[in-house]
Design a protein. Structure first.
Length: 505
C-alpha cells in the first residue's frame, strides 16, 4: 500500500536539500568573488554538493514512495558535510549537520539518526585532530573544539529521543486510526447484511459484488488500498435500497414503470447516505453511478464513457454478473453461456469493454469463479445433530422444500463426529445437550471440531433460556444460537447470514 505521508516527507526532504544546495552554491561563489576560494575548489565543491542531491532527486522522481530514499539523503548529505568540514576556513561549518538532523527527525527513525550522529562525530573528531596536527588547537585553546563535540553529542542525543517519541505518537495514532476504520468497516458490513436480509433472493448479493469488484480492481493494477475501497464500495453499492419500499424490492413479477422509477431512486439515495463517509474515497460515487451505461443511456445522470468513475464502471459489471447468475424471485439463474452472451453484447454499450473482458477472463478461469447456477451440487449441506427426533423432524420439515439446502441428521455426538470425518458440510446445527450415558454433548463436539482445525460454522440449539447458557455457547466462537422450539423465520435468517458467500482465497 502506498504511503502518502512518506511521499510528503520525501518531497519535503528533497525540496529542503535543493534549497540548501542553492544557498551554499551562492554563498561559496561569493567567496570566490572575494578571492577567498579559487574556481577549482568551487568546481569540486559544486560537484560534491550537487551530484548527491541530483541523484536523490532522480530517485524521488522514479519512486516518491521509496522507504530507502532517506538513506540516500543521509549518505549524500554526509559526503557533502565531510568535504565542507575538512576543507573549510572556519570551524562554524560543523553546524551544517543540524539541518540534516531536523529533516531526519521527520522519519521518526532513531536508529538512522544514531548512525548519522556517529558518522558526524567521527568526521568532526578527524577535523579536530587535523587542527591539532597543524597547530591550530592545543591544550590552551581547545575549548571551542570541545564545545563543538559536546554540542553535537547533545544535539544527536536529543534528536534520537525526539524521533523515538515522535515514532511512538505516530504508531499510537495509526493504531487509533485503524481501530476507527475497522469499526466503520464492521458497521458497513452489518449494514450491508441487514440490507441483503430484506430479500432472501438477494441474500449475499452485495458481498458477492464486493468480491468481484476487488478482483477486477486488482487485475486493473490497483494497489491494496484501491482494492480494499473497491470491496467496500461493492458491499454498499445498493445501500440506497433501504429507502425503496419492501413491496417493490420483493415483488415476484415484473416491475411496472412506476415501480421501476422507485427502484431507480436507490442510486441517488445511496449517494446521499454515503457522501459524508470520508474514510473511503469512492463509496458514494460507486453507489450513485453504478447503473450508468457506457453509452450514456443509464441513470441517474446519463453520463457516459470514462466520465463515469472507474469504481462505478467496475461495480456495473460485477453487479450485472451476480444478478444474472443468482436466483431471483422472477426467474432462475441464467446459464454461464447466456451470461457470457449478455456481457459480450454489452461491451461498449452497457459496460466498459476493458472491464467486461476482465469479467469474462474471470469466468473462464473457473477455479476461482465457479458456475453460480443453483444445481444439486451447489446446495448448502447442513448436518443436524439432535437426540430428540421431534426436534430434528421439525427443522427438516421447515427446510425440506428449500432447494438452497440439503440436510442430513444424526441423533448423537459420536455419530456427528463420524459424519464430519467422512463428509463435507457447510454448516453444523447441534443440540447442546445430548441424552445418553457417556455420550458427547454439543460442547464436546464443537471442541473436537476446533481441535481438528475444521472451519465449519456452528449453530447451537438449546431448550433453556438462561443467559449463562447463551454466554457459554458464544464463548465457543459459534455463528449463532437458537432457543427451542425453533422459529422458522429466525432459523432462515440465521442460515442466510451464516452461509453467505465466502471471500476469494
Amino acid at each position: 500500500m502506498k504511503d502518502e505521508t512518506l511521499k510528503k516527507i520525501n518531497r519535503c526532504l528533497i525540496s529542503a536539500w535543493l534549497v540548501i544546495v542553492a544557498v551554499l552554491l551562492i554563498t561559496y561563489y561569493i567567496e570566490v568573488l572575494k578571492g577567498n576560494r579559487n574556481t577549482d575548489y568551487y568546481t569540486l565543491f559544486a560537484g560534491v554538493t550537487v551530484v548527491p542531491a541530483f541523484l536523490c532527486l532522480l530517485w524521488y522522481w522514479k519512486n516518491p514512495y521509496s522507504i530507502s530514499l532517506r538513506y540516500g539523503f543521509a549518505i549524500g548529505y554526509s559526503v557533502m558535510y565531510g568535504f565542507v568540514l575538512l576543507t573549510s576556513n572556519t570551524d562554524l561549518v560543523f553546524s551544517y549537520i543540524f539541518v540534516m538532523l531536523v529533516l531526519l527527525i521527520l522519519y521518526h527513525q532513531p536508529s538512522l539518526i544514531a548512525v548519522v550522529g556517529a558518522i558526524s562525530m567521527i568526521v568532526n573528531a578527524i577535523h579536530v585532530i587535523l587542527k591539532i596536527g597543524d597547530g591550530t588547537y592545543n591544550t590552551e585553546n581547545s575549548r571551542d573544539a570541545e564545545i563543538q563535540l559536546v554540542l553535537l553529542a547533545l544535539s544527536f542525543g536529543a534528536a534520537i529521543v525526539a524521533a523515538a517519541l515522535y515514532d511512538k505518537i505516530s504508531k499510537d495514532y495509526e493504531t487509533y486510526k485503524n481501530a476507527q476504520k475497522n469499526m466503520l468497516i464492521q458497521v458497513m458490513t452489518a449494514f450491508s447484511e441487514a440490507l441483503d436480509a430484506k430479500d432472501e433472493y438477494t441474500s449475499g448479493h452485495s458481498h458477492s459484488v464486493a468480491i468481484y469488484a476487488k478482483e477486477i480492481m486488482k487485475r486493473l493494477g490497483g494497489n491494496e488500498e484501491e482494492q480494499e475501497e473497491a470491496y467496500y464500495t461493492g458491499l454498499l453499492h445498493d445501500v440506497g435500497k433501504i429507502r425503496v419500499p419492501d413491496a417493490v424490492i420483493n415483488k415476484p413479477g415484473k416491475l411496472t414503470p412506476e415501480e421501476f422509477e422507485e427502484i431507480k431512486v436507490h442510486t441517488e439515495a445511496g449517494y446521499q447516505i454515503l457522501k459524508n463517509v470520508s474514510a473511503l474515497n469512492d463509496l458514494s460515487g460507486g453507489a450513485r453511478w453504478h447503473h450508468e451505461r457506457y453509452d450514456g443511456t443509464g441513470y441517474p445522470n446519463g453520463i457516459k464513457g470514462e466520465d463515469i468513475p472507474l469504481i462505478a464502471r467496475i461495480i456495473s459489471v460485477a453487479d450485472a454478473y451476480d444478478a444474472m447468475t443468482s436466483n431471483r424471485s422472477y426467474r432462475e439463474p441464467m446459464s454461464q453461456e447466456k451470461v457470457r452472451e449478455q456481457i459480450v453484447g454489452g461491451m461498449g454499450t452497457q459496460f466498459d469493454a476493458k472491464i467486461a473482458q476482465i469479467m469474462l477472463d474471470m469466468m473462464d478461469e473457473d477455479k476461482d469463479y465457479k458456475l453460480r447456477e443453483l444445481e444439486e451440487d451447489a446446495r448448502k449441506r447442513i448436518l443436524l445433530a439432535d437426540d430428540n427426533p421431534e426436534g430434528s423432524e421439525e427443522v427438516i420439515e421447515m427446510l425440506h422444500n428449500d432447494k438452497h439446502y440439503e440436510i442430513l441428521s444424526v441423533n448423537n455426538g459420536k455419530s456427528c463426529i463420524d459424519m464430519l470425518k467422512n463428509q463435507y458440510f457447510d454448516l453444523l446445527i447441534i443440540d447442546i445437550e445430548m441424552a445418553g450415558e457417556n455420550d458427547m454433548d454439543g460442547y464436546d463436539v464443537v471442541e473436537w471440531v476446533r481441535n481438528n482445525n475444521m472451519s465449519i460454522p456452528v449453530i447451537f440449539m438449546k431448550g433453556d433460556k438462561e443467559m449463562t447458557s447463551i454466554l457459554r455457547a458464544e464463548s465457543f466462537g459459534i455463528s449463532g444460537y437458537i432457543t427451542k422450539p425453533v422459529s422458522e423465520a429466525a432459523l432462515r435468517d440465521l442460515l442466510r447470514s451464516t452461509l453467505r458467500p465466502n471471500d476469494l482465497a
